[in-house]
Design a protein around this ligand. Structure first.
Ligand code: AGP
Length: 614
């Protein structure tokens, strides 16, 4: 949600900042801006719309500064206008600031500053923070470390979340950063240093980085950097090698990141499960759970907390873990869990799933669980993310950066990891070695099976074309395919803006069937075995009311001609892996449906990749 990049080095900052913003655009794409230190003042460019608009403006103004900060915005406080676009300058022109997050007490602080005569030009909380720093800076005239002290004093008065980068007109070789609740890291290059909200901003330019912890300040100077606590004490700076490559963050031959990431799923799944099976091949070994074996054996209950697509993955996990390990599982919206006083029952483990590892609602749910003394485990793709740092243990997804706003490879990987967790917990309980081996083999077969589905992308494009006029669609499935139906509906609505809902197939008769008419296609994801017949009966109920039916069904399931208008086949598989196989066609269907409508699937309206506000 919003992206920050700052540059201090021996090259002209413009190119590095624009490249960084292009890579961060998936974080926010309402407007973008940059401020450059220019003698004893700032030159600022701000444009609404995409980063390319800003790039065009900067090509014309051609700033030559080697120190600058830039931002791509997803609006929280104030509409999408140039005035609300970052960077913000203080009223006296001394301070330039970019900010991710929300300053909750901004209204009080703004009143305070207005009483001091400060005039504001935007509606943002960020401009308030910028002026608050300027206010303290003015009061500290003549003092040592004046900007740093002003920053510390200002932040001490703020409630809320921030990741910020700050420049001062009086200090041409200094950039400050600070984080609380919103990620920030320092990228260490040859003769140049970056500050960014996400490593993708400087991949290809920098190999090593230092992730700031909450409550830390970064001081970047021409001769190096320091990490400090909010109290101004030196903090430990742990250098990590960035494992992303330029190929990970560039489109290559694909038209969009969403398409690229859909097609990356065989490799992503392979990486997610690689090396995570026991030597005898009957169980899963998740390194991040080591040391917690006693608790895992005694578990009475698992509570998943997550948002959006990650929550759908957890809902599949609920079915898988209960089936394999016979442990009661609940799935909560993270945003609800944190405000609920859910009763403490026996040995409870809280599992938080989040692709980014930075979703605020999910993090707050984890913090609440920790206050209640519960074991917390994270499933995340965000290496070094807040979720990874704040949980007792965890599992990295290892799928590479997911840049498309619509989550695809992160979902299937999370489902696979839930299957692995179910297998590990199951083997600690009643699951036999033979059953364990069968499940391990089913999981290992996934990459090849997913590849075989991806070869039929053209068939899914034709199906999407056929149904692309529809404004209302229903997605239906039973058991572990019910959350798959929810995910199919979410994917479609978030990138195509068509109205889509997911239901358990049998729920159709309890209300949604009233919507059925020839203009309302129903997409059924069909199980194998006993339940398939019941779902086919539900399909026939739709057909009897002249509703179009598209079935996503395993090869082995016979579907009568009169039950479906179209059938897309997926390989027959173990029940445990079917949710993943059934998801792939739904992702491609949504992707083509939106593309046929001429929409930008990577930057759907109103959405941001990582939601770091409540
Ligand atoms: C998925 O397509 C959405 N963009 C969204 O629901 C997302 O899954 C949700 O915001 C959670 O994100 P996270 O996995 O990074 O926590």
């Amino acid at each position: 949600m919003c992206g920050i990049v700052g540059y201090l080095g021996d090259r002209i900052a413009r190119e590095a900042l624009i490249d960084g913003l292009r890579r961060l655009e998936y974080r926010g794409y309402d407007s973008a801006g940059a401020a450059f230190h220019d003698g004893d003042r700032f030159s600022v460019a701000r444009e609404t719309g995409r980063v390319e608009n800003l790039a065009g403006a900067l090509r014309e103004s051609d700033p030559q500064s080697t120190l600058g900060i830039a931002h791509t915005r997803w609006a929280t406080h104030g509409a999408v206008t140039v005035a609300n676009t970052h960077p913000h300058l203080s009223h006296d022109g001394k301070i330039a600031l970019v900010h991710n997050g929300v300053i909750e007490n901004f209204a009080d602080l703004k009143r305070f500053l207005m009483r001091k005569g400060v005039e504001f030009s935007s509606e943002t909380d960020s401009e308030v923070l910028c002026n608050l720093i300027a206010h303290h800076y003015a009061k500290l005239e003549g003092e040592e470390n004046r900007l740093l002290e002003a920053l510390r004093k200002a932040l001490a008065r703020c409630r809320g979340a921030y990741g910020i980068a700050v420049l001062c007109a009086d200090q041409p070789g200094l950039m400050l950063g600070a984080r609380r609740g919103s990620p920030l890291l320092v990228g260490l290059g040859e003769g140049e240093t970056f500050l960014a909200s996400d490593a993708s901003a400087f991949v290809g330019r920098v190999r090593d980085a230092v992730y700031l912890n909450d409550g830390e300040i970064a001081v970047l100077q021409e001769d190096g950097f320091r990490i400090l606590t909010m109290e101004g004490e030196d903090a430990q700076a742990v250098t990590q090698t960035i494992d992303q490559t330029v190929e990970d963050v560039e489109l290559g031959d694909f038209e969009s990141y969403m398409e690229k990431e859909i097609y990356e799923q065989p490799t992503a799944l392979e990486n997610s499960i690689l090396g995570r099976f026991g030597e005898d091949g009957t169980t899963a070994k998740l390194g991040g759970l080591e040391g917690h074996e006693d608790t895992l054996r005694q578990l009475d209950r698992i509570v998943f907390v997550a948002c959006g697509t990650a929550r759908h993955a957890c809902m599949v996990g609920e079915y898988l873990i209960e089936r394999l390990a016979r442990v009661p599982v609940e799935v909560e919206h993270a945003s609800e869990f944190r405000y609920r006083n859910s009763p403490k029952a026996g040995h409870t483990m809280v599992i938080a799933a989040s692709q980014s590892g930075e979703t605020l609602d999910t993090l707050e749910a984890v913090r609440e669980a920790r206050i209640k003394g519960l074991l917390t485990i994270g499933i995340t793709n965000g290496v070094g993310s807040s979720l990874a740092r704040e949980t007792d243990g965890g599992v990295y997804q290892r799928v590479g950066p997911e840049i498309g706003v619509a989550s695809t490879k992160a979902f299937t990987s999370q489902v696979a990891l839930c299957g692995m967790l179910g297998l590990a917990l199951g083997r600690m309980r009643g699951l036999s070695p033979m059953q364990g081996r069968e499940i391990a083999e089913a999981l290992q077969a996934l990459p090849a099976q997913v590849s075989s589905i991806l070869q039929h992308g053209e068939a899914l494009r034709e199906l999407a074309q056929k149904y692309s006029e529809a404004e209302h669609l229903l997605f239906l499935g039973r058991q572990e395919l019910y959350p798959v139906a929810l995910e199919g509906a979410l994917k479609l609505k978030e990138i195509s803006y068509a109205h889509a809902e997911g239901y358990p197939a049998a729920e159709l008769k309890h209300g949604p069937i009233a919507l059925i008419n020839p203009e309302c296609p129903c997409i059924f994801v069909v199980e194998d075995g006993e339940l398939a017949g019941k779902t086919i009966a539900n399909m026939q109920e739709v057909k009897a009311r002249k509703g179009p039916v598209l079935a996503i069904a395993p090869e082995a399931v016979a579907i009568p001609d009169e039950a479906a208008d179209d059938i897309f086949r997926i390989p027959s598989s173990h029940d445990i892996t079917r949710p993943i196989l059934a998801t792939i066609p739904l992702q491609l269907f949504a992707y083509h449906f939106a593309r046929i409508r001429g929409l930008d699937v990577d930057k759907p309206r109103n959405l941001a990749k990582s939601v770091t506000v409540e």
